[in-house]
Design a protein around this ligand. Structure first.
Ligand code: GLU
Length: 519
């Protein structure tokens, strides 16, 4: 076991969009594989035809790609030596293992109809017992343990439908070693004879999962805590199939909790609590209502994939120090399962925004400008990449998302149509109006026109007129951009340029005067 190449897999079922908890599971698998120089596989577990959702597989692939989690083998990412990677395409290989288990006495055929199963359930529940198909109840049911060998053969030959069930030992302790939780011990009396192989010729999740992990040479199973109750059965399957020596190690990840810590963060929480729970937006069939359902994602909400990944990485894992910002390479270097916590991790939407803000600040002006330029062009605004780079430089400090740019800096592209009423009321008077006019004239003659020269010019004009700059500063800003707050004033003026700044000051002088005299 020690010398095996690390191979892990993310094995989602295409039953709907991939929840952010699923992305975290994929991420931890990916980080673990890369940390150990191993392989990360994407396997699609689609044995349950009833819950199959068209488009879910494509969604999973797109979501992982957006996150930068690239499997080196698997559906959508190129075949490796263990193809195919979709369980429905592997269908022919499972029956032999189910039969191997029957032949070795670890599993059995069961012919009970759904009515018979229902009847058993009612009978036992009426007697106050637990209704599972197990070491005791199986004795009264129609299966290859109670029927004669001939009858079993005849039934199968006659084409009667049957399932293959695991024969759980009656009285045994099953021990699962979990890398995060330590030893988990379950008494077999609490387990039921799970179906391994269904009447439609498909394996169930349990059999397919174990057979695939074995045949794909998986060394570590890293998955959500909700699979912990299945682990004892999987351990028994490895043992019963004679694969114990190559059984993977298990690590069950803690749940993601709602921001208030009250329960598991579920698929439905996203729209209810006002933040996305999916990586990317989409619309997929909801198997409960049988209607397409739209859902929102982090990508469309303006998050950067690296910010989203950084946030997710720290949801249940912590580093050795107190560093919070990690590139994918740094995460790969630092990641280890022994720093994954046992208890649930509370999701914090505000902190998620903080991460995005940090990543936005790290982006170059050129990169952010390219994003903004697209939006500006869609608004039919005539500008250039060079101008937008300077514009974004002025406002990015305040932005959390690139979608904030317009509200933070529309005035860099459009002259104001209204002026902050409070500032006007407080500061607009004959003297300040003259001042605005005087600065407009002085600016028009200013050469060169830079932030520094504009500032000096502004101050000198005020001094000549006997005005304290503090009295007109805010007003001056309002004349230029309409609002009393915004980026560094003289840098903003330099970017607008001489012509535009003068035009705006003249315009303000004209318009505000009209407003005041008209009032
Ligand atoms: N198909 C299971 C799921 O949807 C995989 C569980 C596992 O990793 O074993 O999560």
């Amino acid at each position: 076991m020690e010398n095996r190449r690390v191979r892990v897999r993310f094995a989602p079922s295409p039953t709907g969009p991939l929840h952010m908890g699923g992305v975290r599971t994929a991420l931890y698998n990916y980080l673990f594989a890369k940390h150990h120089g191993g392989d990360f596989i994407l396997r699609i577990e689609d044995t349950d035809q009833n819950r199959f959702v068209p488009g879910a597989e494509a969604y999973i692939i797109e979501a992982l790609s957006w996150c930068g989690i690239h499997p080196n083998e698997g559906v959508g990412f190129g075949d490796g030596p263990y193809a195919p990677y979709r369980q429905s395409d592997r269908k022919p290989m499972y029956r032999q293992y189910a039969e191997q288990l029957v032949n070795a006495g670890h599993a059995y055929y069961a012919f009970d109809t759904s009515e018979e199963l229902e009847e058993m359930r009612k009978r036992i529940e009426a007697a106050g017992g637990s209704s599972s198909y197990n070491a005791i109840t199986r004795q009264n049911m129609k299966n290859s343990l109670t029927l004669s060998e001939d009858e079993v053969k005849n039934r199968i030959a006659a084409g009667e439908t049957y399932v293959i069930r695991m024969k759980i030992p009656r009285n045994e302790e099953i021990r699962v070693k979990d890398l995060i939780r330590g030893w988990v011990v379950v008494h077999s009396g609490q387990m039921d004879d799970k179906v391994l192989f269904k009447s439609d010729g498909m394996p169930t999740y349990h059999l397919a999962n174990v057979v695939d992990d074995y045949t794909m040479k998986i060394t570590h199973v890293i998955r959500g805590e909700e699979w912990l109750p299945s682990a004892p059965l999987h351990v028994l399957l490895y043992r019963s199939l004679g694969w114990e020596s190559v059984m993977p190690e298990f690590a069950h990840l803690p749940l993601l909790l709602r921001p208030d810590g009250n329960g598991k963060l579920s698929k439905r929480d996203g729209d209810r609590l006002g933040f996305p729970v999916f990586p990317i937006s989409g619309s997929l069939l909801d198997t409960k209502t049988n209607k397409p359902e739209s859902f929102s994602g982090y990508r469309e909400a303006g998050y950067f994939p690296d910010a989203f990944i950084n946030m997710l990485a720290l949801l249940g894992w912590h580093s050795s120090g107190n560093q919070e910002l990690y590139t994918m390479e740094e995460l790969i270097k630092e990641f280890s399962l022994d720093r994954v916590s046992k208890s649930g991790a509370k999701f914090d939407p505000e902190k998620t925004k903080w991460f995005n803000q940090q990543y936005l600040r790290k982006r170059s002006d050129a990169e952010l400008a390219a994003v903004w330029l697209k939006e500006l062009q869609a608004k039919n605004i005539n500008t250039t990449q060079a101008y937008v780079e300077k514009a974004v430089h002025l406002i990015k400090e305040k932005a959390v998302f690139s979608t904030d740019f317009w509200s933070l800096g529309s005035f860099l592209f459009e002259a104001p149509v209204a002026y902050d009423a409070e500032v006007i009321k407080k500061r607009w008077n004959e003297k300040s109006a003259q001042f605005v006019d005087a600065v407009a004239k002085a600016f028009a003659a200013l050469e060169p026109f830079t932030a520094a020269s504009a500032e000096t010019c502004f101050k000198q004009t005020a001094e000549t007129m006997g005005i304290k700059t503090g009295e007109v500063m805010q007003l001056f800003r309002v004349c230029l951009i309409g609002a009393p707050v915004g980026p560094a004033l003289f840098e903003l003026i330099e970017l607008l340029g001489k012509t535009e700044s003068v035009k705006r000051l003249e315009e303000a002088h004209k318009k505000i005067k009209v407003t005041v005299t008209g009032a």
